[in-house]
Each structure stands twice: as C-alpha cells, then as structure tokens.
Write a protein that binds this ligand. Structure first.
Ligand code: MF3
Ligand code: CO
Length: 265
C-alpha cells in the first residue's frame, strides 16, 4: 500500500523538504574548483544540524553496511552514493551530484542536483539539461488519476530520445516516515502501468542518466555506484506532493521561521 499523508503529516513533510532544499542550495553555492568532497560533507553536516534536523543518510543500513557520511557526493562517472573524501578534489570541468536527505520530527525530505565545477564541456552541459528536463517531465505526470508508469515513461522517453542511458539499478521512491516507502518509481517503464496516483502521496522522483550506456557497477567501498562504461552521470531529484490541484514540489528552498512559543500580550 502506498501511504497517503494526512494534513498534519503533510505539514511535517513541507518542513523536512524545505530543510533538505535549503541545505542543498547552501552546498551548491560552495561548489568550485579546489574544494574537496569532504568540505561539502562538513558544510552539509553543519547546515543540517543548524536546521535542527538529522541526516537520514548517516548510518543508513543496507545489508550489513552503514553509510558513513551525512551527504552523498558523486563526481563525474559516479552515479549516486559517492562517499565524501578529503582526497577527492573537484577540478574545473567536473560535474558533482549533491544528494541531501534529512529527517526532521520523524519526516524525511529527499533532493539532489548535479552542478558543473567551473566550465564544463557542452556535451556534459546538455546531459545536465536533459536530466533536469526529464525530472520536470516526470514531476508533471505526478497527477491524481495518472499511474506511476506515466512518470517512468515520460522520463525514459526524454532521456533515450537524446541517446543517453537511463539507469535501471536504482529507482525513485515514496518518501515520508522512512526514506524508501512504496511505491518504487523506476525511470523507465510503460504509460498506463503501475499504481494509480491518489492525493496525499509524497514521492521522490529522481532520474539518474549516463552519457553512455545505462549499466552501472558498484565500487569496492560497497556504496559508490558508477557508470559501467565510465561515462559522466547526472542525477536530479525532488520530493513532490500529489494534490487534487496537481503536483506540488516540496523541496523548494525557503526561509524557515522558528516556531513561536510566546503569546503576545
Ligand atoms: N537519496 C539516496 C537514496 O534515496 C540517499 C541514500 S542515503 C545512503 O537512495 F545512505 F544510502 F547513501
Ligand atoms: Co531518493
């Protein structure tokens, strides 16, 4: 069953998603040649704490492994789940994906973006543009009455129409009280297939796109997923709320007001 969030839960989701978006925005602004991915990790950890939230990545368990960092920072051919390191210095012409998942008062917000480091080749600029467009097209399908496969198919058509490889080993997902809820949202699939979309679903839609083939492999660290052919890879992600009025992207940066406890006299 796909969880449907009530108004109270949606209020919480708005908050955690705004925090995730604010943190991502802050990290984006730091990207430049010469910075290490560990520098981004430390800035991310501090920003998450400043918002009174917690990283949902830190300690996240798959099998017997626990993810060792607060952010996922993936460079060039790294698709997702790159582990920040002092040794990984960003260079002019690289691309870097920043993936931020935060938990606040029990609710999770998830978003990611891929940004250029300095000046990048036009072919890689186009990869970023098409992947972000694919995310937009997928989000636009997150409408009441549509099906999950409509999201998948819109993404796949756009990506493959440009000759890129759409990653199949990882998928988008419902998000809320845990990082990965039902449904799975593949970035490939058929229109009119899968679960019917209802109001009150919170979905993380996240195309991962390789300049070359769609295949991936796992590095020996047990986390970093890379394009099998070594081609550059892009990743864009938003958490969206489905409403009767259409999709509402929740991971938009906004000022967060401190709760007011005092009563005016
Ligand atoms: N956004 C990533 C995902 O949905 C975050 C993973 S956290 C990690 O898979 F701990 F698995 F890296
Ligand atoms: Co995600």
């Amino acid at each position: 069953m796909i969880p449907i969030k009530n108004d109270r839960q949606i209020t919480h989701m708005r908050e955690s998603c705004a925090i995730a978006a604010n943190v991502l925005q802050e990290l984006k602004a730091l990207v430049r040649p010469g910075i290490s991915t560990q520098d981004l990790e430390e800035a991310g950890r501090a920003a998450i704490a400043r918002h009174g939230a917690r990283s949902a990545c830190y300690g996240y368990q798959i099998g017997s492994r626990r993810y060792p960092a607060h952010t996922c920072i993936s460079v060039n051919e790294e698709v997702v789940h790159g582990i920040p390191s002092f040794r990984r210095i960003l260079r002019d012409g690289d691309i870097v994906s920043l993936d931020i998942v935060v938990e606040h008062e029990g609710y999770i917000g998830d978003n990611a973006v891929t940004v250029p480091v300095g000046l990048i080749a036009p072919a890689i600029q186009q990869l970023l543009r098409v992947t972000e467009e694919a995310l937009r097209l997928g989000l636009a399908e997150a409408r009441v009455g549509h099906r999950i496969g409509d999201i998948s198919s819109a993404i796949q058509r756009h990506v493959e129409g440009h000759g890129y490889g759409v990653v199949r080993d990882m998928v988008g997902h419902g998000v809320g009280l845990s990082m990965h809820e039902e449904p799975q949202i593949p970035n490939f699939g058929r229109r009119n297939s899968g679960d019917r979309i209802k109001a009150g679903m919170t979905l993380a839609i996240e195309p991962m796109v390789n300049l070359g083939g769609y295949r991936t492999k796992m590095l020996s660290d047990g986390w970093t997923v890379v394009a099998a052919d070594g081609s550059p890879s892009a990743h864009f992600e938003h958490t969206v709320l489905t409403t009767e009025k259409g999709p509402e992207i929740l991971t938009i940066p906004r000022p967060i007001l401190a709760p007011v406890h005092a009563t005016a006299t």
